[in-house]
Design a binder for this molecule. Structure first.
Ligand SMILES: [Cu+2]
Length: 215
């Protein structure tokens, strides 16, 4: 009997939210077949903000195309840094230009407003999402990234500065150096020099004979 009841409860829990509504609201989470929004906040003020200082509208593109300007990188946002005033409400339009999943996560926010200090947007493929957050007044730099495996390491990393921020984070493409840079030194030995010289000579000699034979 208890097992049957448990089963019914479980079934009820799973069936009801899926019926009718296309999107599912669950605490501070919105989820549908395109993506999800977690911890959006457009009206709750941080404790240190007497009021919202202003609205800032930001459109952020994510994708491989955005990484073309950074040699060696594979994914990126179209911007690597945003500056906002203390107590701003940031209205984000997040656009995924790729056919694969990307996220826009902001970390280090106050936990009493944003569980785990995190604001999180996610698109499972090409598409667009809109959500807002209100930042505290503190002068601080927040990490913005995509947490999917290797996406941040391959370039999808940026920073959000409130009141000018408290410094740059490492490894932001085009902005800051990594803490420990990878190095790929070429081991120049006598044979590698010989091969290089041979290639250059061949490259000069072969066209010469081709042109001579034609004329
Ligand atoms: Cu990604």
């Amino acid at each position: 009997m208890r097992l049957l009841l448990t089963l019914l409860v479980l079934l009820g829990f799973h069936v009801h939210p899926a019926q009718g509504d296309e999107a599912m609201m669950h605490h501070s989470m919105m989820m549908d077949e395109k993506g999800m929004i977690m911890n959006a906040n457009s009206d709750n003020l941080p404790k240190d903000c007497p009021k919202i200082s202003g609205d800032v509208n930001i459109t952020i593109h994510a994708g491989q195309k955005q990484a073309l300007k950074f040699p060696g990188k594979m994914f990126a946002f179209d911007n690597q840094e945003w500056n906002v005033a203390p107590c701003s409400r940031i209205n984000i339009t997040f656009i995924n230009d790729d056919q694969i999943r990307h996220q826009l996560m902001i970390h280090g926010l106050p936990g009493y407003l944003y569980p785990q200090g995190m604001f999180h947007l996610e698109l499972y493929g090409q598409g667009e999402l809109k959500a807002s957050l209100i930042v505290p007044s503190q002068k601080k730099t927040y990490l913005v990234h995509c947490e999917l495996a290797q996406h941040m390491e391959k370039g999808m990393k940026a920073q959000l500065k409130v009141d000018g921020g408290d410094g740059d984070l490492p490894s932001i493409p085009g902005i800051s150096k990594p803490v420990k840079a990878d190095s790929y030194p070429v081991d120049w030995q006598q044979t590698s020099w010989a091969i290089l010289i041979l290639c250059v000579l061949l490259g000069c000699v072969i066209p010469f004979f081709i042109i001579r034979n034609r004329s």
